[in-house]
Design a protein around this ligand. Structure first.
Ligand SMILES: Cc1cc2nc3c(=O)[nH]c(=O)nc-3n(C[C@H](O)[C@H](O)[C@H](O)COP(=O)(O)O)c2cc1C
Length: 198
């Protein structure tokens, strides 16, 4: 067994199953599975569907400022391990009220422990530098609708020592299935997955 498998973590941030961002992420995963460079090196894709997770929002107890641990014992504990081990992290979310979904925002807030480790405790538990991509869809006519979400994701990646490599942002996509009517979007994420080198 090759224990140096490249780990891809895909984080699905929409509450809507098989919605627009789900379809984009699935297309990215299909590309990854056809990426000869990654499959030759050994590859593991793990997916986190935030809507299926059982976890509390951050309760701001500030315990993580003391030792970098989160005291809340729920599904986030398993997610932390996956976030630490991943070589590439792909995050998807619809735009909700000009930002990421509340589901994804709650997930990110629970990563305050990584912020404390990096900036308060100055302790590096994540040894490797990694890359991240962000996938989003929004109904609005204006591409600037993604500005807030990009800032949130940038900071999320930053505390995890993840380089914000690329985003795939599609506006004027609203109803379920809209993204399927624009196959070029799915192709774009597929091709990225198929060709990315880590
Ligand atoms: C609660 C809610 C808030 C939304 N807020 C915005 C918004 O601020 N700007 C926008 O362009 N679209 C907004 N939308 C539309 C979604 O971003 C759009 O439908 C997207 O394609 C959904 O992606 P999904 O199918 O992956 O969930 C909102 C939709 C919902 C349900």
């Amino acid at each position: 067994m090759n224990n140096k498998k490249i780990k891809i973590l895909t984080i699905y941030g929409s509450p809507r199953k098989n919605g627009n961002t789900d379809e984009l992420m699935k297309s990215f995963e299909r590309g990854i599975n056809e990426n000869n460079y990654l499959t030759d090196s050994g590859l593991m894709i793990e997916s986190l569907f935030i809507r299926k997770m059982n976890f509390s929002p951050c309760i701001e107890c500030r315990h993580c400022s003391i030792d970098g641990e989160c005291l809340i014992k729920d599904d986030m504990q398993q997610a932390y391990l996956k976030l630490i081990e991943a070589d590439l992290i792909a995050v998807s979310s619809p735009v909700f009220f000009v930002s990421v979904s509340a589901l994804l925002k709650s997930f990110i807030d629970r990563c305050q422990r990584f912020w404390s480790l990096k900036y308060e405790l100055k302790k590096r538990i994540i040894k490797k530098d990694r890359v991240g991509i962000f996938i989003s869809a929004a109904g609005a006519d204006n591409i600037a609708i993604f500005d807030c979400s990009k800032k949130v994701i940038k900071e999320f990646f930053n505390v995890l020592y993840v380089k914000y490599e690329k985003n795939f942002l599609y506006n004027k996509i609203d109803n379920k299935g809209d993204i399927l009517k624009k196959p070029e979007t799915l192709k774009e994420v597929f091709e990225y997955g198929k060709n990315v080198k880590i």
